[in-house]
Design a binder for this molecule. Structure first.
Ligand code: SF4
Length: 348
C-alpha cells in the first residue's frame, strides 16, 4: 500500500521509499557522552532514525546538541509537556513523537503543530495499548480501541491544519498489533511506523516481533520498523534488517539458503553456510545462493538459486541453474565458492 511520503531530515518514510529501520536510545538522555556514543553506534550499524526520550529542558538541550552533531535523523519522544515538543522542533530535532491526547488540550497541540510546521518537522502519533482505558477488555476490543485512538489523534492534528504525520499503534500482543495496523491502514494513508512494544528479551522478543511485524510486512504494510527488545538497541538493527529482507521488502542483498541436512549430508554444512553468508554480506544486489548438504539431491533442490554448492566429505560441486560448473576440494570450498560468486556478479 502506497502511503503519503514524510520527510525526516534526509530520510523519507512512506510513499514507496525503502522501509527504514528505527531504534531508541536507552541511556539517560541528559548524559551527553553516553547518549552521543549510543546514537553513533546505532548510526554506524545502519539505523536510519534514532529516537530519544526527552523529559525536561536539560534533555532538550542535550538532544538538540547531539542532533546537530550526527547525520542520522533524531526523534524527540515527548510524553506530556507540549513546551518540550516546541523546544525540540525549534532546536533541530528531526521529528517529534507524541500522543496528542496527552498534551493538555487543543491550544497546546496547536502550538506544537505550529512549531513543527515552521521547522518542517513531522510528528508521529504514537498510541500504545498500555495507555488505553482498561475497559476496552478483549483482544479484539484492544485492537479496535488502538485504531480508534490513533484515528482520533490524527483528526485532532488535522483539525489544527497539520498533516505531516506518521502513525503507530503498538501492543505487546502480536495479533492485537497486526489487527490494529490492518484496520488503521484501511482508514488512512499516513506512513505506518510498525513495532511490537514490550516484546520481551532475546529470542522470545525476536520471534514475537517476527510473527507480528513479519505478517504486516508481508501484507505490504509498514514504512518504518522498530524491533523493540530489552537490552542494547544496536542489536535491534540487524534483526529488523533481516526481517524486512525475509518479508521481501528489501531484495538488494545476497540471500543464502541452505538445506536442513539429513543422513545424506557428510560434512559440516551449517559452518559452510555461515561462512558463505558472512563472506557475501557486502553484496547489495539481488542474488540467491544455495548451500546444500549432498550432491545426490542438492543440485536439483537448489536449482532455483542463482548459484549453489553441494558438498560431500571430500569434494564439493558448484552449480548454476541446476547444471554443474565445477568440482572443487571440500578443503577451502568456502573461498573457492565465493570467488565463483564474485565472477558471477562481475559478468551478470
Ligand atoms: Fe538431505 Fe541432501 Fe536434501 Fe540436504 S540436499 S536435505 S543432505 S537430501
Amino acid at each position: 500500500m502506497k502511503t503519503k511520503p514524510v520527510k525526516v531530515k534526509n530520510t523519507i518514510i512512506g510513499g514507496g521509499a525503502p522501509v527504514t529501520i528505527q531504534s531508541m536510545t536507552n541511556t539517560p538522555t541528559d548524559d551527553y557522552g553516553a547518549t552521543l556514543r549510543q546514537v553513533l553506534d546505532l548510526q554506524g550499524v545502519g539505523c536510519d532514525i534514532v529516537r530519544l526520550a526527552v523529559s525536561n529542558s536539560k534533555e532538550v538541550e542535550v538532544a538538540c546538541k547531539i542532533a546537530s552533531e550526527v547525520t542520522v535523523p533524531l526523534v524527540a519522544d515527548i510524553q506530556y509537556d507540549y513546551r518540550l515538543a516546541v523546544a525540540c522542533a525549534d532546536g533541530g530535532m528531526s521529528k517529534i513523537r507524541i500522543n496528542p491526547g496527552n498534551l493538555g488540550g487543543r491550544d497546546k497541540l496547536l502550538e506544537v503543530a505550529v512549531a513543527c510546521k515552521r521547522n518542517d518537522v513531522p510528528i508521529r502519533v504514537g498510541v500504545n495499548a498500555g495507555s488505553l482505558d482498561k475497559s476496552v477488555g478483549t483482544l479484539d476490543g484492544i485492537a479496535k480501541a488502538l485504531t480508534k485512538s490513533a484515528l482520533d489523534n490524527l483528526s485532532l492534528l488535522e483539525s489544527v491544519g497539520f498533516d505531516d504525520l506518521v502513525v503507530s499503534v503498538k501492543a505487546s500482543n502480536a495479533k492485537v498489533t497486526v489487527d490494529a495496523y490492518r484496520m488503521l491502514a484501511a482508514k488512512c494513508n499516513y506512513p505506518l511506523h510498525i513495532g511490537i512494544t514490550e516484546s520481551g528479551v532475546g529470542l522470545s522478543g525476536i520471534i514475537k516481533s517476527a510473527a507480528g511485524l513479519g505478517s504486516l510486512l508481508l501484507d505490504g504494510l509498514g514504512d518504518t520498523v522498530r524491533v523493540s527488545l530489552s537490552g542494547d538497541p544496536v542489536d535491534e538493527i540487524d534483526i529488523a534488517r533481516r526481517l524486512i529482507r525475509a518479508a521481501g521488502r528489501d531484495i538488494n542483498f545476497c540471500e543464502v539458503i541452505s538445506c536442513p541436512t539429513c543422513s545424506r549430508c557428510s560434512f559440516d554444512l551449517a559452518s559452510l553456510a555461515v561462512k558463505v553468508e558472512n563472506m557475501t554480506r557486502h553484496i547489495n544486489r539481488p542474488l540467491k545462493i544455495a548451500v546444500m548438504g549432498c550432491c545426490v539431491n542438492g543440485i536439483g533442490e537448489g536449482k532455483h538459486a542463482d548459484l549453489g554448492i553441494a558438498g560431500s566429505s571430500d569434494k564439493a560441486i558448484i552449480f548454476r541453474d541446476g547444471k554443474i560448473l565445477k568440482t572443487i576440494p571440500m578443503l577451502g570450498a568456502d573461498e573457492d565458492f565465493v570467488r565463483v560468486i564474485d565472477e558471477y556478479i562481475a559478468i551478470s
